[in-house]
Design a protein around this ligand. Structure first.
Ligand code: FAD
Length: 325
């Protein structure tokens, strides 16, 4: 049952921040948040609609950064010519999320800050650890879509495709609250369950994400993203991966590889990155590097199938990123 709440339209960032107190929540596209109200996960006193704030829905190239407003929709990211050409993995991550209708409403800021889709967390029948209970029901329950890394405490998978691609590109975000502004690297934005089971990101209550900054790629940068789901129509990924490479003089000089659908946070495949750097982009090297991506995995009773899936998806995405190098 949805409890009554006040609704306000924010006129500016400062106006929104001044209204974000006493259990008020910001609402962007509302795709995640309205579901959470219906699922009784949240009972805010007020929803502050931030879509009415002007100027937060633009994409600009400026002084070595791509600056993306938090209200830019996933559809606009997928179609943006600069993002499509120079940040292909991000355009493809946005393009393959959800459905065309959802992508038209869902914002990139909301996509980063949405809550997990674990069916135990979302169901009012299960008072799981993340909701203050004492059990992660996925450990011994229906866990075929759950995490294969970092899953000892809570086995949710991070839901954001944009987070996977933006982390691979080395992006950071600006957040603003009553105490002022701060910048947070995407690598530091998300919270592992062992650190704090009750939250997924480090924003304080009342803080707004006001900008996403992605460093400009070099001329050598190549990227690719792959999502593998159970079906081709709208579905959450079983496995997704974003690969950003810099091949120079026939060898990989830099590699940034991030897995989604693998862990409670976007999961950096550091073993794969190390295995690729300094080597030519061959089928054999991609295969060996992909094998490193699943080392140390701790699958649960029903999701060991994800290990060969990730290996295949990582290998294919490395080779796709390398095409044209
Ligand atoms: C059927 C279905 C399939 C889906 N498949 C995928 C998929 O494959 N991949 C994927 O990535 N996503 C998928 N999604 C999720 C969807 O993309 C997200 O729910 C959506 O992007 C959230 O964006 P929003 O603007 O609607 O956020 P909202 O629902 O408005 O907000 C989400 C959260 O972020 C907070 N918030 C929003 N903006 C800000 C801000 N600027 N500052 C501070 N806090 C903020 C809100 O308070 C809320 O807690 C799917 C959703 C559905 C329903």
């Amino acid at each position: 049952m949805i409890t009554r709440f006040e609704w306000t339209n924010a006129k500016s960032i400062d106006d929104a921040i001044s209204q974000l107190h006493d259990k008020a929540l910001p609402k962007a596209g509302g795709i995640d948040l309205i579901d959470r109200l219906k699922e009784d996960l949240d009972a805010p006193s007020r929803l502050v609609n931030i879509r009415t704030i002007p100027g937060l829905d633009s994409v600009k190239e400026e002084a070595g950064w791509l600056r993306i407003g938090p209200l830019v929709t996933l559809a606009a990211i997928a179609e943006h010519p600069v993002i499509r050409q120079h940040y292909t993995a991000l355009a493809d991550a946005a393009l393959h999320a959800a459905t065309p209708q959802i992508r038209n409403a869902a914002t990139v800021g909301g996509n980063l800050l949405q809550r997990p889709r674990c069916w135990y967390f979302r169901s009012d029948q299960f008072h799981c650890l993340r909701k203050g209970g004492d059990t992660c029901f996925a450990q011994d329950g229906e866990n075929e879509f759950h995490a294969i890394f970092d899953n000892e405490v809570c086995a949710v998978v991070h839901p954001s495709a944009a987070a996977c691609a933006l982390t691979a590109f080395g992006a950071k975000v600006t957040v603003q609250g009553k105490k002022g502004k701060r910048e947070i690297a995407l690598d530091d934005l998300f919270v592992r369950p062992e650190t704090d089971i009750t939250r997924e990101h480090v924003l304080d209550p009342g803080e707004l994400l006001t900008e996403i900054l992605v460093p400009a790629p070099s001329d050598a940068t190549r990227s690719a993203y792959t999502k593998l789901g159970q079906k081709e129509s709208f579905d959450w990924p079983i496995a997704e991966v974003a690969v950003v490479l810099e091949p120079r003089g026939g060898v990989v000089s830099k590699a940034s590889i991030v897995l989604g659908g693998a862990a409670p946070v976007p999961w950096r495949a550091s073993g794969t990155e190390k295995a690729l750097v300094g080597k030519p982009l061959s089928e054999q090297n991609a295969r060996e590097a992909a094998a490193a991506a699943v080392q140390g995995a701790t699958p649960r009773s029903q999701n060991a199938y994800k290990i060969p899936v990730f290996e295949a998806v990582v290998r294919r995405t490395i080779l796709a990123a390398g095409q044209g190098a």
